[in-house]
Design a protein. Sequence first.
Length: 701
Amino acid sequence: MAIAEAALTLAALAALGAGGYLLALRLLGERAALDALELAVATLLAATGLGVAIGLALGACGQLRIELALPLLLVLCLALLRWPGGRPAAGVLGPARGVLDRSWAQLREHPVLAILTAHAIGCEALRGLVRPPLSWDSLMYHLLLTATWLQRHDLAPVFGVYPLAYYGYAPANGSLWLWWWMAPSHSELYANLAFLPQWALLGLAAGAVARRLGARRHWPLAAFLVAATPTVLRFAATQYVDIFTAACLLAACCFGLRWVREPRAGDAALVAIGLGLAAGAKVLGLIYAAALAASLVALAAGSWRRRIGQLAAALALAAGLGGFFYLRNVARGVDPLALECEGLPHKKPGHDLPRLPRPFSVASQPHAMLGQGELARALLGSVERREPFADLGLGPQAFLVLLAIPALGVLPRGRRREALVVGSQIVAEAAFWAMVPYAASGHVFANIRYLLPALGLAMAGGVAAAESRAASPAWLGAGAVALLAQDLLQLHTMMPDGVRVAVGLADVAVVALALSPGLRRMARARWPALAAAALALALAGTPWLARFRAADRTRALTEEYTAHGISTYRYARAWDWLDHHGGRGAVAVVSSPETVFIYPAMGAFLQRRALYVNVNRRDLREAAAYPLCQPRVDPDAAAWLANLERAGVRWIHLSRIQPYPFPMESAWAHANPARFALRYEDPGNQIYELLPARSVSRPPA
């Protein structure tokens, strides 16, 4: 079955890519055959938009099923293929060949940058393939949303206590994209690879923006530098949505800079897709998307006669892709951003706090951030006194970002309008980052990822400015190589032995090709057969991968992390017991002092439902239905038992962070041995089995 599921995953992703390519052809028109870079950016952006749009449409109807999504996607591909008009003169496949040819030419022109970047992302991707998801927010809510929707087939808010009481209402376009990587195999096997297309889109879009700013020859430098930034690489194989958001924003900016000069409907649609995807991915994306949209409208040149209709259509498209979760929240009785659920238990919600700067933001802590050097260490990626937040900075080249605004000022006069758009976004995003997000207790290290859109624009502007000042191509190339080498030296990837073996085999193959003209001739002559053989071997290896991932999951959750330190080691042995003994029985999860991790109890193949079951008779399945969005009120042991039975629960996983006591449910279960049998226990975890009424309790396993 593992081979069939891997093949189905590959087919679904290939169909998304084909649909994105066909949509990009239609939106770009004849320009698709002339501009390989913009076609590549449009294809990745459109494929992402199609995946999210189909997920929204089916999920809103309660029919989020892969057996419906794939046929719908194929119908859309056929419709796009037969769409009258707009077909490039080179035919449907001609532009694709152009993209491949131009890509190969650029890689050959920048071999050192290409090899370093491929090595860095390849190591992260391989590690992601052989390890389970190991990043904090991924396990806390991104994966939980995806897996719960996959099991329930809807997009309703996921119910829980703090912090899920807030994150259950979060905008989640990224989790919908993740669904395409999990639904075909009904597992997390490929989840760590889900945002690699957006990693590529982020780099290509940065290069495209650099070209719009005037970098006709050296725009690939911006693409490589952004794609190989340590913060970008470290999050590329996680389920954090910051790369997704930044990539969509930069793609929107790329086509927005063209629309500012010439109002084309296709460009307006691509801008809308990018802005809508970003706005629906996270609240930060909504703020950044609104700022970019305002800048593009304010700086658009020429007559507005054609722009009015395009703006109306673009607004509708962006709202359709980006507004679903906000409108869903309103329909569920909360404000669009669910701010009333943001606060800690029994504290005032976030919207009552002073607006700017927010408490504990960068701007509200000048002594810690500037006087004690926290901000500088965060930007540079220093781990001094911040070991759990390892290597999350931009690196030493962070100082170059400070030159972004002055660099934009030296662009040729004909690029000033584009420079104003880009410069305004860098300033707006940096100001928001400094004044709003929580940054105390080392969180400023992790929050550097919020600056990725500004980083991409800054790199694009810097490369364009360097080219406009007639910098020597040799100096530009050497500088880019030096910066990329700094990135790799800073990254310190925790590379597993299996990845090291794979890299070693790749090294042997590369050296053998370099030394043997005969091997090179054979590889060129038989590359289709070699590619097919590699694909067949990859599919044949999926059963081994599935077995290895399942066997290694507990060790990885106990010992490793991806982006920064994570406390899954506290619960990993209990999850391991569920994997070995829990079967497909639903598990209720609650922890003390707060329930952070529910998702891992589902298992690597999502074989169990995992959920929070409430403790009162009302049992409203909406956090917002309770005061301050805190559902653990009016506790009643009999009501909790009835709620467990109604939810079809078999297992109850109770956990704590010492020295906190176990949740109240532990005492209830212990006091009722006729209905609850303790099956597993360690100092931080208890797993009870809910027994049928009037059954005889069995001794613990």
